[in-house]
Design a protein around this ligand. Structure first.
Ligand code: C5P
Length: 401
């Protein structure tokens, strides 16, 4: 999939020290097979894990490891190697190398090349669970994202050290797909996309409230994919602890009413509206201004509910609506409820989450419901699925007058 994006691309593949270096042999093969030119640059530590001879044979190009390589006549390897690059990809990216990038350090060929580059930088972290969770690493990753660096992965699962958790490098095939998506065609250039994501929080009193278990991951992944496809993206997010995707405008809200109002303020001029948020259907009428206390007679509190506005349906009802897309998670009979819900909300496309109602997962499987029928998409990582969904939405957009 997606190999066309890589044909003719010139990549500098920077390898740093880590057992995941073995995956780079396969990644190099996939990239070159897809038509990319791969220039491998290794740190000294990387050469302890896999030899430059292997990487040279697989990439078909001489491998560089030193700033002082005599093969580069002007001692400008750090400039020359990335001169025509479409991207620098650091895989595996060690804890140490991420920290160096944050500080713009330049004490070997690869780090100098990163500072001197004039093209996008993608990093594919690979490390032990504790190293990944270390607050310093998390700070560094957040800073790199803020600097516009694309962070691919990491994956979670068994690690070379015997532990299980987050931090292992994406498999070669997944890394390949992520790089290909990065070069995704800008199919939404000039388009404005408005999304909702995450849960809502409906207060009962100043400290308590009703919410749901939506993680926001799918909505954030879609916001990011739309941004990568060239759109101007405005994301209205309920309470979630997720990083804002690079280049996306984010507005945080708590309640369904606030989400509705934010959407209505932003919707004019939007070409696409994607309602991914799990919006509360009801809120408590007149939430208490004070914390509700137990009374002497231990009477139970009672709450009266009122219905929240349906944001998606309100957008679809506008006189000149954007292309409106809904999401649906059902605990059963999705095939029946999905199409019924799409028709009821009067939207051209509704995306149904297949599978059990488990929240917070990193992958998903969906069915597209539209007037013409239902189409099932293959099970995929949410990031990859987001790219596929954006492509499906772009295909269905009415051409502009
Ligand atoms: O009705 P249900 O909640 O299952 O519909 C799901 C779709 O409708 C989602 O796209 C969700 O974002 C949207 N929705 C909404 N406002 C509501 C309830 C749902 O926009 N009040």
């Amino acid at each position: 999939m997606a190999t066309a994006e890589l044909a003719g691309k010139h990549l500098v593949l920077g390898m740093t020290g880590g057992i995941a270096c073995y995956k780079i042999a396969e990644l190099t093969r996939l990239l070159t097979k897809a038509g990319a030119t791969v220039q491998v640059v290794m740190t000294e530590a990387a050469t302890q894990f896999i030899t430059p001879v292997t990487m040279q044979a697989l990439s078909g190009h001489p491998v560089y490891t030193s700033q002082w390589d005599r093969r580069v006549p002007n001692n400008m390897a750090h400039i020359d190697l990335s001169h025509e690059a479409d991207a620098v990809v650091i895989a595996p990216a060690s804890t140490d190398f991420l920290a160096k990038l944050v500080h713009g350090m330049a004490d070997d060929l690869l780090s100098t090349l990163c500072v001197a580059r004039d093209c996008p930088l993608l990093v594919v972290p690979a490390m032990n669970r504790q190293m990944w969770q270390n607050p310093a690493t998390q700070r560094n990753v957040a800073q790199l994202r803020a600097d516009g660096v694309e962070v691919l992965g990491p994956d979670s699962g068994p690690q070379a050290c015997g532990e299980i958790g987050d931090g292992r490098m994406l498999e070669a095939a997944a890394t390949f797909e992520a790089i290909a998506s990065f070069f995704a065609p800008k199919i939404l250039r000039g388009r404005r996309v408005l999304l909702t994501a995450g849960p809502t929080f409906e207060p009962l009193d100043p400290v308590r409230g009703i919410t749901n278990r939506s993680s926001g991951k799918m909505g954030f992944a879609l916001a990011r994919a739309a941004q990568q496809a060239g759109a101007e993206v405005h994301l209205v997010a309920g309470p979630v602890a997720l990083e804002t995707p690079w280049g996306v405008i984010r507005e945080d809200v708590q309640t369904a009413q606030q989400m509705h109002d934010a959407v209505m303020r932003e919707v004019s001029g939007a070409d696409i509206f994607i309602g991914v948020a799990a919006v509360a259907d009801w809120r408590v009428d007149h939430a208490s201004e004070h914390k509700i206390k137990k009374t002497a007679d231990r009477a139970l509190p009672t709450f009266t509910f009122v219905e929240n506005p349906d944001i998606l349906a309100s957008v679809a009802k506008l006189p000149n609506p954007p292309f409106a897309v809904g999401f649906a998670a059902e605990s059963g009979d999705l095939e029946i409820h999905g199409e019924e819900k799409r028709a009821r909300k009067n939207v051209p496309l509704l995306i149904g989450n297949l599978g059990p109602l488990i929240f917070g997962l990193d992958d998903n499987e969906v069915i597209l419901f539209e007037a013409a029928g239902a189409t099932k998409l293959p099970h995929a990582d949410k990031q990859m699925l987001a790219h596929t969904l954006i492509a499906e939405i772009a295909k269905r957009l009415p051409t502009r007058a």
